[in-house]
Design a binder for this molecule. Structure first.
Ligand code: FAD
Length: 412
């Protein structure tokens, strides 16, 4: 507790800013390895509406390696094995995870809140872990060009955490990234997504349903008791859609998915929808002495393939693999962390990130942007249809969707 404008100072080995999937998993992994960790989360709770709720096979395998997968799967979730698009020539399934050789051949759809509470709950079992909710980081503590921690505001005043390593895991609008002087290089994808809920009814299909064509794209995610619907619109056209009124959204959606025409009426006003401004960017550099960025703070992912959480968690695993030993050493001998370890984390994660962002850009430009521009029904590109016919090649899209370009493992 602080009073009279004084700042309360605490010390730790690793201070992680942001309790999203990347920050929470890194905190758990470091805590397990005996590293003193403080996790600072700006929000008072983990409640998230319309954030990524998808845990891909790679994340489930990581949880399995930690001995946590079975308990995680006891929480309420649905499993999605296929992604099917209705096209002019019938259903088209580019991703079928059930073909993959893994214990978890599906996407686990689980509210992000449950996942984050589960992971931080596990971390709380270690006495060297400290979680501060409602802690909004405002400044970096810097000495001679080295980041030595952060200052944050909480309900009980201002605080300072001093740390050997500060990790910016504070998401797409990362304040840590800005304070550290990093400028992400942006690509501007041609779309935005409106997310909203629609009721589920008896006899509805399972899994993910997608429709493209006639200038719009719709995606429906099966959430057991409701559908999470995504309506893709050309970039920057949201104000125009709002001016036209909610009926315009009803009409566009019903044209695309006629069997949901009556249900879209449940969307009565714009407050029930959440706009995701689609972004894709990457920082040229993810580290400075005493500081590392991971997850969306280092690279904002386009929603194509829903790999943002996957990649944030894979960054966390690689960071823990590379940094646990050196951080234990810094903790024991009270010495700085060699910046070369931070460079190693970026080196191992940058290529997989570049590759997936390239693949997402191709899909956005070749498939999604065309569908948004065209009045015709969507027909899948020839190269994709051919690829999916060749037995040895047809699991490639599913493998990339499930594991990314570079699967990672927790090293003990
Ligand atoms: C509407 C929407 C839908 C999405 N759908 C999907 C999907 O279906 N699948 C998928 O994989 N990805 C999806 N994503 C992307 C996905 O949510 C992110 O890629 C992923 O959450 C990144 O994880 P992260 O840990 O890096 O950052 P985040 O999850 O963004 O977490 C950052 C955390 O930092 C906290 N924070 C921010 N600033 C501060 C501060 N100053 N001090 C302290 N804490 C701070 C935030 O409160 C937040 O909890 C979606 C994103 C959005 C916006």
């Amino acid at each position: 507790m602080t009073s009279g404008g004084q700042i309360g100072v605490t010390k730790t080995t690793c201070c992680i800013v942001g309790g999203g999937p990347g920050g929470a998993v890194l905190a758990l992994l470091l805590a397990r390895r005996g590293v003193a960790v403080t996790l600072l989360e700006a929000h008072p709770d983990f409640d998230r509406e319309f954030r990524g709720d998808t845990l891909h096979p790679s994340v489930m395998e990581i949880m399995d390696q930690l001995g946590l997968a079975d308990r995680l799967l006891e929480l309420r979730h649905t499993k999605v094995r296929t992604f099917t698009l209705q096209t002019a020539s019938g259903p088209f399934t580019p991703v079928d995870l059930s073909r993959l050789d893994t214990k978890y051949p599906y996407i686990t759809l689980m509210p992000q809140t449950s996942f984050l509470e589960f992971v931080t709950g596990e971390a709380q079992r270690y006495p060297n872990f400290r979680l501060v909710m409602g802690a909004r980081v405002r400044e970096l503590v810097e000495e001679g060009g080295v980041v030595r921690g952060v200052r944050y505001e909480a309900g009980d005043g201002r605080h300072e955490v001093r740390a050997v390593l500060t990790v910016g895991a504070d998401g797409r609008g990362s304040r840590v990234r800005r304070l550290a002087g990093f400028e992400p290089v942006k690509t501007s994808p041609p779309m935005d997504v409106l997310w909203f809920k629609l009721p589920r009814e008896e006899g509805d299909p399972d899994g993910i349903v997608g429709r493209l064509g006639r200038g719009h794209i719709a995606v429906m995610l099966d959430r057991a008791d409701h559908w999470q619907a995504g309506y893709v619109i050309p970039k920057g056209t949201y104000p125009e859609l709002r001016r036209e009124g909610i009926e315009s959204l009803h009409r566009g959606f019903a044209q695309l998915i006629p069997e949901f025409a009556d249900r879209v009426e449940h969307l009565k006003d714009w407050q029930q929808a959440s706009l995701l401004s689609v972004e894709s960017s990457r920082c040229p550099r993810w580290y400075r002495p005493g500081l590392l960025l991971i997850g969306d703070a280092a690279h904002v992912m386009s929603p194509v393939g829903g790999v943002g959480i996957n990649y944030a968690i894979q960054d966390a695993v690689v960071a823990a693999n590379v940094l646990s030993g050196p951080l234990q050493e810094s903790q024991r001998r009270l010495v700085d962390l060699d910046t070369r370890y931070l460079a190693t984390v970026q080196r191992r994660r940058e290529l997989p990130t570049r590759l997936i962002q390239r693949a997402q850009a191709v899909i956005q430009q070749q498939v999604l942007a065309r569908a948004l521009r065209s009045d015709a029904s969507f027909a899948p590109p020839l190269f994709l249809r051919l690829l999916l016919r060749v037995p040895i090649l047809r699991t490639i899209p599913s493998r990339i969707a499930g594991f990314g370009f570079w699967p990672v493992r927790v090293e003990e």
